[in-house]
Design a protein around this ligand. Sequence first.
Ligand code: ADE
Length: 315
Amino acid sequence: MGKRGPAAGRGRKGPERSAAKKNRPASQRVPRSDRAESKGFAAAPRLRIDILTLFPGIFDSAFSHSLLAKALAKGLIDIRVIDIREAAEGRHRVADDAPYGGGDGMVMKPEPLVRSIERTRGDDGHVVLLSPAGRLLTQARVRRLAGRRHLVIVCGRYGGVDERVSALAVDEEISIGDYVLGGGEPAAIVLVDAVARLVPGVVGNEASTIADSFEDALLEHPQYTRPAVFRGLGVPEVLLGGNHAEVARWRRRQSLLRTLSRRPDLLAKAKLSAEDRVLLDEKAREEAAARDGDPADETITAKRRPGRPRTSARR
Ligand code: ADE
């Protein structure tokens, strides 16, 4: 991952940028043996991501683990973290100011932010502003972003971002959920993670990204691994039997039931077979009966299973 501190140059091109790369601290350099060329990957990254932030330190180790670290080492993606203050003027490099009209918090000023975006986006940068006022991040949106070659992710802060930044330099505003974070940085980490795993070559078995929750609008089925019994809880028999068709049927059923109980809103978008619909109708009838006082309801008895510790901590 390339990272540029406040003193680093900006908007470098070609050899100048390579020189900057050579001057990176060892911890930020990708070893030659791991570079894309030597591993048979394309020399250019499939996706370049620039993150513009007032707090670059937040990202110090965010991309140094697991899948992302491997994708960076293989040169499949390239991530640079850029300090917006590099583009702020004056001795204090002020990047925020009080809101016109009054109110709490500070608003990110337009000049440094637009300048920083313009220096970074080049010809192909798709600029995303992270903000609680953005459109909700969905797997479909993640997939669209993963199809781009270059993302510029802008982390909003404080009491918001001057609206003219959006008007002049932002392609889309995205929120990662209906809650307010202190700033867009944690949202950027979420976004990069979700997007990177859809870049071809990043996840070993591409089928697993397709089977994941949301890709077909259902929640994922439960998963189990060894041991076969843990603290008295076993693994569903069907998973131990080796009958792939039965396993697939069980998993589908579990996905449907879980989605019905936790995220029924997703079912409206799901592709459902006639068999799926029969199961869901059956379950809906059972639940209606349970609401009317029928004690045979599975979900309620499971939740009130005797012996289950009643703690407030959820696992
Ligand atoms: N900044 C603050 N809250 C946010 C959210 N929910 N999504 C994206 N950026 C944010």
